[in-house]
Design a protein around this ligand. Structure first.
Ligand SMILES: Cc1cc2nc3c(=O)[nH]c(=O)nc-3n(C[C@H](O)[C@H](O)[C@H](O)COP(=O)(O)OP(=O)(O)OC[C@H]3O[C@@H](n4cnc5c(N)ncnc54)[C@H](O)[C@@H]3O)c2cc1C
Length: 309
């Protein structure tokens, strides 16, 4: 097949098989498949707004059975409040906005669990995502099954759709096994035996020689980030005052994690952009990190092979 790299414009010929794993866009590439997008909105507030909670707080949504709004303490004194589950037909899947109605719902519901009422002035950031749900007739999106669907039509791409983040390895296994069967192989996917990069037992993680915050984010790979931080004073500095992410993590994102743009770094490799006021400073640092990484001409941080258990 002929492939085109849309970033560079380069084309190449390759032998392979197409797997359609495009989330809310899956139906665009699988005739007969219907997907429903469900918007999950979150708010970010300072922990001080809620009296510095140290555990997750869940509160029931009035009038609903089994629906909750939660407040989850995160690093850097931030708390994420979420989330909604609303049908979002026709919404921009690239960057779905958080509507005012979602913000009001989250603030009012969470305020029931705390002594102090939350107001929009407490919100320092907001984000939403679209759950890719395999469609079912009737009911709200919260009632649609979270099970995944594998479609293997003759002559068409393998499609894997729906599911959950927590079941992604089962989805990957099913898709890879379907591809292997098409290629005439009976070998099953090995995903169940492959640890994530940096994964290790709690005991082993405690012995990793790096700051706890880096170990929490990178596991056994934390010393690689720490080593980068030692190369240049600015790399050891927090990207944004008050946040624990250091500039070396941005460079690491470019050198070892496939980040290509400043937005990749602040929105996906780190979550620095979640606080509106931090975004501009973080983006400026990300551009500096991209330049710094380019100046190494590939001499640093060759991506590692998958770790074995
Ligand atoms: C707000 C929210 C909260 C959630 N909470 C939970 C939770 O608590 N627990 C849980 O288990 N699950 C949760 N989920 C669900 C989970 O995130 C999804 O089920 C999961 O991400 C689906 O994975 P996927 O790989 O199928 O799709 P996605 O993660 O959506 O990935 C699809 C990818 O395909 C890419 N793509 C699209 N079109 C093309 C194309 N033409 N060419 C190349 N690439 C393309 C997209 O850029 C995207 O990266 C949540 C989802 C949302 C939105």
């Amino acid at each position: 097949m002929q492939l085109t790299d849309l970033l560079t414009g380069q084309t190449l010929t390759a032998r392979g098989m197409v797997v359609n794993a495009t989330g809310v866009w899956a139906a665009d590439h699988a005739p007969g498949l219907a997907m429903t997008a469900s918007r999950g909105s979150h708010l970010v507030v300072r922990a001080a707004s809620l009296g510095w909670p140290r555990a997750v707080v869940s509160t029931a949504v009035p009038g609903h059975f089994g629906r909750f709004v939660f407040a989850i303490p995160h690093a850097d004194g931030l708390v994420h409040i979420g989330l909604t589950d609303e049908p979002a037909p026709g919404v921009d899947g690239i960057a779905p906005a958080v509507p005012d109605a979602d913000e009001t719902f989250l603030l009012e519901t969470m305020s029931r669990a705390f002594a102090r009422r939350l107001t929009p002035a407490d919100v320092v950031g907001r984000y939403a995502g679209l759950r890719p749900l395999v469609s079912a007739a009737g009911g709200g999106t919260a009632d649609i099954s979270r099970r995944h669907l594998l479609i293997t039509p003759d002559g068409g791409p393998v499609t894997i759709a729906g599911g959950k983040l927590t079941t992604y390895r089962v989805m990957a296994r099913d898709a890879v096994d379907a591809v292997a069967r098409r290629l005439g192989s009976a070998a099953p996917s090995r995903t169940a035996d492959l640890p994530l990069l940096g994964a290790a037992s709690a005991a082993k993680l405690r012995s990793v020689a790096a700051p706890p915050e880096l170990v929490r984010r990178y596991g056994t790979l934390a010393p690689d980030v720490q080593a980068l931080a030692a190369l240049d004073p600015w790399l050891a500095e927090p990207v944004v005052p008050g946040r624990s992410t250091i500039a070396a993590e941005l460079v690491y994102g470019v050198l070892a994690e496939g980040a290509l743009t400043a937005e990749d770094l602040v929105e996906r490799r780190t979550r620095l952009s979640l606080v509106d006021a931090d975004r501009a400073v973080a983006l400026a640092a990300a551009h500096r990190a991209l330049d710094w990484a380019a100046s190494t001409h590939g001499r640093l941080c060759a991506p590692r092979p998958l770790a074995r258990p």
